[in-house]
Design a protein around this ligand. Structure first.
Ligand code: SF4
Length: 247
C-alpha cells in the first residue's frame, strides 16, 4: 500500500470519529492499568462489568491491597484467567506502592517489569494515559493491518513496527484506537462488513464481502461515508474522564 492511500485511510477514520478512545471504563491511570491487565483474552465489556464493582471504591493501588486477594479474585471471577490475573494485579499494586509511591510509571521499561504487564498492556497505558504514540496490536489491529495492506506482518511485533513506521505522524496517537474500533465493528473476523466500510475503495483485501445488491460505488475522496460514520459514532464511547492525574 502506498503512502497516499494510508493517509486517505486515516483521514476517513478521523473524519468519522474525531476522538477515538478505549472502551474500557476507568477514572485514572491506575484504574486503566488494572483494566488493561485484566482485559487480556477477554472482552472490554466483560472487564467493565467486573471493574465497575471494584473501581467505585478502589481508586488507588493501596485500595486494592486493602481489599485483599480473596475479595478481588471473587469480584473478577467472570473474567477469563481470573485467578492468575488477580495475583498479578495484587503483585503489581504492591510494587506500585513500594517502588513508585502508588504512581503508575510512564516508561515502557518500568511498566513491562510489573507482573502481568506485557508489551501490549504497556503500549495501551503509554498511549491512552500518557499520550505517547504507541501501537498496542491486538487481534483486531492485526487483522485490519493485514487485510487492508496497511501494515502486513506475520506477527504482532512486525505489524506494530510497520504501523509505527507507516502511519502518518499526525495520526499516530489515535491510530491504535481507530484500528481497534474498525476491526471490532466493521472489519470483523468472520464476515467483514465491506459493503458498509468507509475505506473499502482503499482496502487491498482480495476477498471482500461485497454483496452485489449492497455494493456501493468506490470513492476516492477523503471524506467518510455516511454509513461508516454512523457505525463508528454509535460504537465509540467517550472516555469517562480525561486523564490528568495519576493515582
Ligand atoms: S473493505 Fe472489508 S476487508 Fe477491507 S477494511 Fe473494509 S471491512 Fe475490512
Amino acid at each position: 500500500m502506498n503512502a497516499a492511500k494510508r493517509k486517505l485511510i486515516f483521514e476517513r477514520l478521523a473524519a468519522a470519529n474525531a476522538s477515538p478512545t478505549t472502551e474500557l471504563e476507568y477514572e485514572n491511570t491506575f484504574q486503566l492499568l488494572i483494566a488493561v491487565l485484566l482485559s487480556a483474552q477477554a472482552t472490554d465489556k466483560s472487564v467493565n462489568l467486573a471493574t465497575r464493582h471494584i473501581f467505585d471504591t478502589c481508586k488507588t493501588s493501596q485500595d486494592i491491597l486493602d481489599m485483599g486477594l480473596d475479595t478481588f479474585t471473587e469480584k473478577i471471577r467472570t473474567i477469563g484467567l481470573y485467578k492468575t490475573k488477580a495475583k498479578n494485579a495484587l503483585a503489581t499494586c504492591a510494587i506500585l506502592q513500594e517502588q513508585y509511591q502508588g504512581v503508575v510509571p510512564d516508561s515502557r521499561q518500568a511498566l513491562e517489569a510489573l507482573p502481568g504487564v506485557g508489551r501490549k498492556t504497556a503500549n495501551v497505558v503509554l498511549n491512552t494515559a500518557f499520550g505517547q504514540p504507541a501501537m498496542a496490536v491486538d487481534t483486531h489491529i492485526f487483522r485490519v493491518s493485514n487485510r487492508t495492506g496497511l501494515a502486513p506482518g506475520k506477527n504482532v511485533r512486525e505489524v506494530e513496527d510497520k504501523l509505527m513506521r507507516f502511519v502518518p505522524r499526525q495520526y499516530l496517537l489515535d491510530a491504535h484506537h481507530w484500528l481497534i474500533l474498525h476491526g471490532r465493528y466493521i472489519c470483523v473476523a468472520r464476515t467483514p462488513k465491506c459493503a458498509q466500510c468507509g475505506i473499502e475503495d482503499l482496502c487491498e483485501f482480495k476477498e471482500k464481502n461485497l454483496g452485489a445488491a449492497e455494493r456501493r460505488p468506490a470513492r476516492t475522496t477523503g471524506t467518510a461515508r455516511p454509513a461508516k460514520k454512523a457505525a463508528l459514532k454509535k460504537t465509540a464511547k467517550p472516555v469517562k474522564k480525561t486523564i490528568k492525574e495519576v493515582a
